[in-house]
Write a protein that binds this ligand. Structure first.
Ligand SMILES: Nc1ncnc2c1ncn2[C@@H]1O[C@H](COP(=O)(O)OP(=O)(O)O)[C@@H](O)[C@H]1O
Ligand SMILES: O=C(O)C1=C[C@@H](OP(=O)(O)O)[C@@H](O)[C@H](O)C1
Ligand SMILES: [Mg+2]
Length: 165
């Protein structure tokens, strides 16, 4: 069993939002790895970062992604940093991986003050700029389909993807 599509991209790309609409359009289930991680940890992501640290969050994330990739057949959204793990990038080979791109200005306005995203809590704009530059090659490495999201509605993006899949 494998997901119909796996959505990757930086925070604010719209993985959760577009993924939900895409799953509805394809009439399959939607799953968000961030939600799986919170269920395993028994607390929200900001609390995992505060209580246990980012390394622990990443370990939970690697396990949650590996499990979902082998047991779930709907539309799967990863967290923006999941592709930092070489193990996860390797597991993504052979999957339909959709990279939702977003430029800094749209990402900044979408994540707002970064609430619920502990990495962005201090300085969302500067951190997003760093994350976008650091991760772009990794998203490009795993992607099989790349779709731009700037200035577009989630509905429009989901409809384009539903047509492609
Ligand atoms: N194409 C879009 N245009 C405008 N706002 C968007 C778009 N996609 C997502 N959003 C908004 O941006 C925020 C972040 O979206 P989300 O789906 O959580 O992104 P991700 O899961 O990639 O971090 C949400 O408030 C969402 O409503
Ligand atoms: O970029 C990241 O490292 C993270 C992105 C978040 O998911 P979204 O990309 O859905 O915001 C979430 O997994 C966590 O806060 C870490
Ligand atoms: Mg998300």
């Amino acid at each position: 069993m494998k997901p119909r599509a796996v959505l990757v991209g930086p925070p604010g790309a719209g993985k959760t939002t577009v993924g939900t609409l895409l799953a509805a359009a394809l009439d399959v289930q939607f799953r968000d790895v961030d939600v799986d991680i919170e269920a395993v940890a028994g607390k929200p992501i900001p609390e995992i970062f505060i209580d246990d640290g980012e390394d622990h969050f990443r370990a939970l994330e690697r396990a949650a992604v590996a499990s979902a990739l082998s047991t779930f057949d709907g539309v799967l959204a990863l967290g923006g940093g999941a592709i930092l793990a070489a193990e996860t990038r390797e597991l993504l080979a052979g999957h339909t991986v959709v990279y939702l791109t977003v430029e800094l200005s749209d990402a900044v306005s979408r994540v707002g003050l970064g609430s619920g995203r502990p990495l962005l809590a201090l300085n969302p704009r500067a951190t997003l700029k760093y994350l976008l530059d650091q991760r772009r090659p990794l998203y490009e490495q795993v992607a099989t389909i790349t779709v731009g999201t700037d200035g577009r509605t989630p509905e429009d993006i989901a409809a384009e993807l539903a047509g492609k899949l």
